[in-house]
Design a protein around this ligand. Structure first.
Ligand code: NAD
Length: 496
């Protein structure tokens, strides 16, 4: 390797030492063209670190390392892989405050919620440690009884894992845990806004015993060039992406060229239904979690509240009261309920969606404005009387803005809920279990919260229908995304 790029730089972020290079073949290093990019704290707008900016050829070097390590990692015992993942779980848990501080520094989320993400993210390492040794095949007679069918599961191979900024740890562990448990080597590409949390995770994985070349880390500002280059290389066998639907469909087109296995966790437009016999105070509690966790910057956020007219007044009054009481502050402030949006571009987008809605007749009950100052803060907002055609009803808001639509019947509510190209998550509140089951059977979504505002759980299958994606992460089937089935036809005829 060129001596000039073999550097081991780090930065102190919120009191935590974080490596800031690329990690390729078991070595931290600068990018080939020695370029670095700034990471900004969205609470202050200030630069907190500079991270190596991988070139496409750095990514190819990462793929070379992953491909070279694949055979031995894929053949290593499941028990060994499980124990490494378990050690990583213990290490992340032991350092939960450090991870939470880095998450809050680079994406602004209130510290208590960042601790919640660390616990959730660490769970994927534990879950997939437990799954690794439970991958089974079959052994059966063929239907005619003239030979034996044996199946075994084998790793897909080197996998590209691309993650978003909104859950910078958990979106990494959900993919890395499953891939490593299955015996795949990986190239990890974090979002450019939040590479530091993933850098810390990669360091922890290396210390937990992940062999050189098994996990490679290539943060970049040149995401499109990087994926275009990597996905032309037939050594790459899998892409797993979490992010927006337009980028996901572009990656699927690229994956088609080499007929590459693909998992896509894409955008949502989650409806939150409050049916006529819902317990309204608990629906309001659930709404606060579903809408305002992570400042609304979640793919499983409630995007549209659809409320039966019998309970609409009470629900809107409760939602507006609780929303106006939310404290918007720097994520390090213990009082903060809501931190900043990720950047000014996203804040302007949210403002535009709210302005459009108000211009088309929506009623603003609280919020609707950007807070002054250096950070990218936006006031928690509630709108009613929004036309169904308004952009805020069609697009994912990704901010602390709730829209409430009143439905004349439960059937209307379900029709409105399904009127979207997305199908990631839905929520339904009702005290009548038969009505709840009827609604869940008619709602077109991969995940449905019943009298709950939160569905995320390492032991459950996470994923969507329609434009929200392909495949499921987490749960018993999460590991399947990284496994192929190999079938052996064994002639068992006894020679005469
Ligand atoms: P994004 O699509 O802009 O970026 C996601 C990742 O893709 C980032 O790492 C980015 O650098 C990379 N990227 C961007 N363009 C690329 C390209 N041409 N080729 C390869 N990679 C590219 O999304 P975002 O704004 O970072 O994240 C928000 C989106 O992610 C929302 O739509 C949200 O719903 C979705 N999301 C989905 C889930 C899920 O599990 N379904 C979870 C979290 C976020």
């Amino acid at each position: 390797m060129d001596a000039t790029i073999s550097v081991d730089r780090s930065a102190v972020v919120a009191g935590v030492q974080v490596k800031t290079g690329l990690y390729v073949g078991g070595r931290w290093r600068a990018s080939e063209d020695a370029s670095w990019f700034d990471v900004v704290d969205p609470s202050t707008g200030k630069v907190i670190a500079a991270v190596a900016d991988a070139t496409p050829s750095d990514a190819i070097a990462a793929l070379g390392s992953a491909a070279a390590a694949q055979a031995s990692w894929g053949r290593s015992s499941a028990r060994r892989r499980a124990e490494i993942l378990r050690a990583a779980f213990e290490a992340v848990t032991a350092r939960r405050e450090e991870f939470a501080s880095v998450i809050t520094a680079e994406m602004g989320r209130p510290y208590a919620q960042s601790l919640g993400e660390v616990d959730y993210g660490a769970e994927f390492l534990r879950w997939f440690a437990e799954q690794a040794a439970h991958v089974h095949g079959e052994f059966a007679a063929s239907p005619n009884g003239d030979f034996t069918i044996a199946t075994t599961r084998v790793p897909v191979g080197p996998s590209l894992l691309i993650t978003p900024w909104n859950f910078p740890l958990a979106m990494g562990t959900r993919k890395i845990g499953a891939a490593l448990a299955a015996g795949c080597t990986v190239i990890v590409k974090p979002a450019e806004q939040t590479p530091l949390t993933m850098a810390l995770l990669v360091d922890v994985l290396a210390q937990a015993g992940v062999p050189d070349g098994v996990v490679n880390f290539v943060p970049t500002t040149r995401a499109a060039d990087q994926s275009e280059t990597l996905m032309r290389d037939a050594r790459l066998r899998k892409v797993s992406f979490t992010g927006s639907t337009p980028v996901g469909s572009r990656l699927l087109e690229q994956a088609a060229r080499n007929v590459m296995r693909s998992s896509m966790e894409l955008g949502g437009n989650g409806p939150f239904l409050v049916l006529r016999d819902a317990d309204v105070p608990s629906a309001v509690n659930g709404a606060m979690v579903a809408k305002f966790r992570n400042g609304g910057q979640s793919c499983v956020a409630a995007n549209r509240f659809i409320v039966h007219e019998a309970v609409a007044e009470e629900f809107i009054e409760g939602l507006v009261k609780r929303t106006s009481a939310l404290v918007v502050a720097d994520g390090t402030a213990p009082v903060a309920d809501i931190g900043p949006l990720i950047d000014d571009r996203q804040r302007q987008r949210v403002q535009r969606l709210v302005d459009d809605a108000v211009a088309s007749g929506a009623q603003l009950h609280t919020g609707g404005w950007a807070l002054p100052g250096d950070g990218y803060f936006y006031a928690p907002t509630v709108l009613t009387h929004v036309p169904v055609s308004a952009p805020i009803m069609r697009e994912e808001v990704f901010g602390p803005v709730a829209t409430v639509t009143v439905a004349a019947s439960d059937d209307d509510a379900i029709d409105l809920a399904n009127d979207t190209p997305f199908g990631l998550v839905a929520f339904v509140y009702t005290q009548n279990m038969a009505r709840a089951l009827d609604a869940t059977s008619r709602l077109d979504a991969g995940m449905i919260g019943v009298n709950r505002g939160l569905v995320s759980e390492a032991g459950a299958p996470f994923g969507g229908t329609k434009a929200s994606g392909l495949g499921r992460e987490g749960g018993h089937t999460g590991i399947d995304e990284y496994l192929e089935t190999k079938y052996l036809a064994i002639d068992t005829t006894v020679p005469a």
